[in-house]
Design a protein around this ligand. Sequence first.
Ligand code: NAP
Ligand code: SF4
Length: 675
Amino acid sequence: MPHYPHLLAPITLGSVTLKNRVIMGSMHTGLEETGDWQRVAAFYTERAHGGVALIITGGIGPNQEGAVFPKASLMCTQQDIDHHSIVTREVHRADGKIIMQILHAGRYADHVHCVAPSPIKSPISRYQPTALSEDEIEKQINDFVRSATYAKRAGYDGVEIMGSEGYFINQFIVKQTNKRNDRWGGSFENRIRLPIEIVRRIRRALDPDFIIIYRLSLIDLVPQGSTFDEVIRLAKAIEKAGATLINSGIGWHEARVPTIATSVPRGAFAWVTKKLIGHISIPVIASNRINTPEIAERLLADGYADMVSMARPFLADAFFVSKAKAGKGAQIAPCIACNQACLDHTFSGQLTSCLVNPRACHETKLVMSPVEQKKRIGIVGAGPAGLSSAIACAERGHAVTLIEKASEIGGQLNLAKRIPGKEEFHGFIAWYREMIAHHQITLCLDTIGSARKLEEFDEIIIATGVKPRNPHIQGQEHGNVLTYVEALSETAQIGETVAIIGAGGIGFDVAEYLTHQDPNIAQNPVEWMNQWGIADPATHRGGLAPTGPNPKPAIRKISLLQRKSQKHGDGLGKTTGWIHRSSLKMKNIEFIGGVNYHTIDEHGICISFGEKKENPIRINADTIVLCTGQESHRTLADELIASGRSPHIIGGADEAAELDAKRAINQGVRLASVL
Ligand code: NAP
Ligand code: SF4
């Protein structure tokens, strides 16, 4: 029996055959803007070598006004054609196929020249767009066609027209953003004229084998979004205009509903894609939160779609498809949907990478060459830093021994996996386990690392992590006070009212954990949809429930305290912080900021506000949880240094402040690349 028979089955589109049903979805990586086109080519070519059938590039603007930001990559000159040719040539050499996404940002563009159907600023943008005249709309269409024609000249196998996620084309389709009363606004027929004309004219300009994917917003998740009847009418018109495939667009960027974060259940929106099946005859692609070959196979086998698109999973592992094909699905590095090194980077102007795989987008810079001289490497600590270093060292050919005092690997990842909505961490730890076995790393669990045990190694890596910071609050020795590690343990006794001290990532996680009756029960997708107010677009315009978000109430009364007076969760991920904040707010968690801590007693904690620390008040709490950050665990490192050894110190043992798995893993892999 072949592995994943539906996923790995070829598909024919006209006279083009794709070798399997897997598409690498479009991602803005920032690579094109580096101007280093060999680097861009290396990124895509590694994925082509990994066996994906079709790659879609990051969004490329058709003109300056449609560029996502001022210096974003465009396809409008001969020089652009020359640059992109470097990429297509290399991908084709690797037996891959690649198409270019044409992305016009419309009112989402981050510059003063942004344009839109109507001059309405988006809630997530800095600039108000200028409304286009009819002549200017014609120019936009011509620029789309020019981009597609140039993409063909650059060697691309096709283009994807970005018609979803609230970008330019979507802004024409939905009444909320299109207030025009000419032939481009008003009735639904007028509002969908733009995408139809774009697809029709591109098809007219290019041969029938040139792939045109249209990314269609199936569920807008914004007020006045399309009904599903309208979605079907548009899909039929797009098919008639000459598209080869329809890709699923899920939610506008400004939607207040998470669509790709880790708390979104796997394949959570595939049911919307399925609703389109049977209404059109061209293949339909499912997307969003598909990250394993198992879920992708199931969606195809159960008729949810004809193909699947995965984007971030190809940052985590370029060889997703070839590993699946070889029956080594357990060795696929999982995308945990954290956004920490991909979207959070994109939205803060940094180059994209991946928390799980720091080589992503650094293929030409972070090279893991086989070692010339095999060394014995001893690593103490099997948290993210130690694990990633161990695997990367072993991959290069070193003999690695990994020593861990706990009875399981994972370190702080074992705390993360207990948080409702962070179940992906289970798979992440399982992957590490698999890779330890695959690379024959000697794993010593329940073992305390010591200077004597480390004598036999050529190189020593200390990854002993962190311990909770002691905030030294008077009375904290009371029995009602727990550290976050204790609070997250299965045996913890937690009362009905809780005060959490410290509102960093862990304070938020603990608050989420304590709102649930049984945090160990896996997420129920229907409950999740209710929580965020997601409805069927066939019955409710845009897929928004008229009653709004409807979460299960918290089972405890929780206060989340911090000394800072800034907004709670300010330091959380750029693209995910709002989700954590909204989730707690909708469950009535009380955010209290700008506090001074006085004393803790059996009734709760006394706090005051302001510099003078006057008039303390009591926050009643049966249980108080300390989430006040971490300190480095580096006794062993200091001992080794004192005895004249030179260990490499990584992760939290090196620097505890603002440590997260992204930094720990990156440091571990980079160290391994030079040992
Ligand atoms: P953190 O982000 O540094 O937060 C520690 C909290 O404790 C802050 O609210 C700080 O705020 C407070 N604090 C620090 N020292 C204190 C003291 N002496 N007394 C009282 N309060 C004190 O650390 P964390 O929450 O432990 O998270 C660790 C790392 O993991 C962070 O880098 C975080 O980004 C990452 N992480 C992220 C997520 C996520 O994004 N969802 C989840 C978990 C962990 P005040 O000084 O204002 O009181
Ligand atoms: Fe996935 Fe996180 Fe890597 Fe982004 S950074 S690709 S979300 S694992």
